[in-house]
Design a protein around this ligand. Structure first.
Ligand code: ATP
Ligand code: MG
Length: 574
């Protein structure tokens, strides 16, 4: 491929909104351009890498026994109403009306559509298990689209869905997908880790996220350095405290004035008591205000709303409004406490057994001191609802402190149980002719996010360093002076020879200075550069540069094929 005939508009300057390396480099290397917030044109070079990612995903899905289909991106509202997600999904769901006034959404995920298709066609246990997937464009009206392909509004996803007769078969399907995901990310050249994950909007019994470890990741994950525990902080468990220090003196509770002090830090400074003697009381609205509850956590911790939401099996969990807090507790935000509170209360284990503690007094400008759990208040349920924090021990082995890393979520797999199949009546007849509900799994991969994550993990000041498997081209030929016929002729011969060897080759035939070509070649990140210059050619040599290591070697033309093969197999094995 001659660069002058191709379409790679590289740029030196990048828009200031590009905050991450992958976003900046994908624009600079002419891989993509913004059309609107979170909506991108994919240029030919970008598309080449994306197609490679897609093919790896496709091959691994096929290998795992999943079958490819393609569903529409426009989804009728009725299907989403069947599962209740039409009202629950919120503003990320782009809703559209057609000319007849029929409501649709632009699919952000396709559980409903796939379940609908399968319930119409699959009737017998003999047709199960069945796994179907598609590689298709999704739309999510993300509140903060950013980082380019990493968090776009329109993006390409591989989504797979599996249907089973029972939980055991569903678990086998999940494990097969887990292994397929490991292959996909390994083959894409990524350093990743599978972590336990919250089931969020999709719901279901259990799930894992595949995280690419990178400082710019939006997720925070914890892992144990000795055992194999790893989790998204949203899901991470904490060690249940065994006991509290026994207080010998337990005076009666007493209200004290704490004017203008609302936060734990303010009251702690005002009363000169450490944060771990406080009981933090937060009021939540459940399922859009259908119910309100109070959550308690020791003052040195934070409530983990994901864990609380899962515990309550709630579809929506939000902080109560200040007006509602006033109505339910009798005081403004910052002055709620468990003593005398007439609300269902969930206590974090860290609060159990606390004595001589401090909390809000349910009166404006007042806190209560000397509160004892059991004597002065009780809770409806004790549970682990605290956010993991630095210094916490591993909840599994309890031997070591957890490590914290930033991660980019490239894939997510869920065991759904019967959540969707029950709501949508996806039934089958078992071997006794009895009607049963299918058990499901759902499995997503962000195609563009893999490409962006690969760049995030592999780049330098000069540009992208593509992993071999997803590089848009594998070899770039750089003739340094195209006014010299012998140089052009040699470069053309090399291009031809390399193409015959099965490599994808780009030839920079532009009439530009050597430095300019070197910069662009480094920016594009093509793994092998072959430099054809005057001096070398006189000795029958070219220079081979490995983008990843920066190594340069002179190679005799007659040895070039072998040398490229050797370097290519080293790079492919990394
Ligand atoms: P996130 O927490 O990052 O928003 P999610 O949990 O909403 O992700 P899933 O619903 O599990 O994501 O979607 C499956 C995969 O699709 C994700 O693992 C990710 O790789 C990709 N993905 C999700 N949202 C986006 C987006 N806005 N832009 C690009 N890829 C995305
Ligand atoms: Mg999301």
């Amino acid at each position: 491929m001659k660069l002058s005939r191709y379409f790679i508009p590289t740029v030196r300057e990048v828009p200031s909104e590009a905050e991450t390396a992958s976003h900046r480099l994908m624009i600079r290397a002419g891989m993509m351009r913004k059309l609107a917030a979170g909506v991108y044109n994919l240029l030919p070079l970008g598309l080449r890498s994306i197609r490679k990612v897609e093919n790896i995903v496709r091959e691994e899905m096929n290998r795992a026994g999943a079958i490819e289909a393609l569903l529409p991106s426009m989804v009728p509202a009725e299907l989403w109403e069947e599962t209740g997600r039409w009202s629950l999904y919120g503003k990320e769901l782009l809703r559209i009306k057609d000319r007849h006034g029929h409501e649709f959404c632009y699919g952000p995920t396709h559980e409903e559509v796939m379940t609908d298709m399968v319930r119409r066609e699959v009737k017998s246990y003999k047709q199960l298990p069945l796994a179907l997937y598609q590689i298709q464009t999704k739309f999510r009206d993300e509140i903060r689209p950013r980082f380019g392909m990493m968090r776009a509004r329109e993006f390409m996803m591989k989504d797979a869905y599996s249907f089973h007769t029972d939980e055991k078969s569903a678990e086998e399907g999940y494990e097969k997908m887990f292994r397929a995901y490991e292959h996909v990310f390994k083959r894409s050249g990524l350093k990743f880790r599978a972590v336990e994950a919250d089931t969020g909007n999709i719901g279901g019994a259990s799930s894992h996220e595949f995280m690419v470890l990178a400082d710019t990741g939006e997720d925070l994950v914890v892992s144990c350095p000795v055992c194999d525990y790893a989790s998204n902080v949203e899901k991470a468990e904490v060690v249940i405290p065994k006991h509290h220090a026994q207080e010998t003196q337990t005076p009666a509770p007493e209200d004290v004035a704490t004017p203008d002090s609302r936060t734990i830090e303010e009251v702690s400074a005002f009363l000169k008591r450490p944060a771990d003697q406080f009981i933090k009381t937060l009021v939540y609205s459940v399922n859009g205000g259908k119910e309100h509850i109070a959550a308690l956590v020791r003052g040195d911790g934070e409530v983990n709303e994901h864990k609380l939401k899962t515990l309550l099996a709630a579809d929506v969990l939000e902080m109560a409004t200040p007006e509602k807090v006033k109505e339910l507790t009798g005081a403004g935000v910052g002055f709620a406490g468990p003593r005398g509170l007439k609300l269902k209360t969930i206590g974090d284990y860290s609060v159990k057994g606390m004595a001589n503690a401090v909390s809000g007094a349910n009166r404006d400008g007042c806190h209560t001191i000397n509160i004892n759990e059991g004597r002065d208040f009780t809770v409806a349920q004790w549970a682990d609802i605290r956010m993991v924090r630095y210094g916490d021990a591993c909840p599994r082995c309890e031997k070591q402190k957890l490590e914290f890393h930033r991660g980019i979520e490239v894939g997510h797999i869920f065991r759904l149980g019967t959540k969707y199949s029950k709501a949508m009546k996806a039934n089958y007849l078992d071997s006794n002719g009895k009607e049963q509900v299918m058990v499901m799994g759902t499995y997503g991969i962000g195609i563009g996010r893999i490409a962006a994550a690969a760049i995030e993990q592999s780049h330098d000041d000069n540009g992208i360093i593509w992993p071999w498997a997803i590089a848009p081209f594998q070899v770039v030929v750089l003739p340094l002076n195209i006014s010299k016929e012998d140089i052009v002729a040699a470069a053309n011969r090399i291009e031809e020879e390399m193409e015959q060897e099965g490599y994808e080759v780009l030839l920079d035939d532009r009439d530009e200075r050597a430095g300019f070509k070197f910069n662009d070649a480094d920016l594009l990140g093509i793994p092998i550069q072959i430099i054809v210059g005057d001096k070398g050619l006189k000795n029958g040599e070219v220079e081979l540069k490995v983008r990843k290591t920066g190594e340069r070697v002179n190679v005799k033309l007659e040895h070039l094929k072998d040398k490229v093969k050797e370097v290519a197999s080293l790079l492919a094995a990394l």
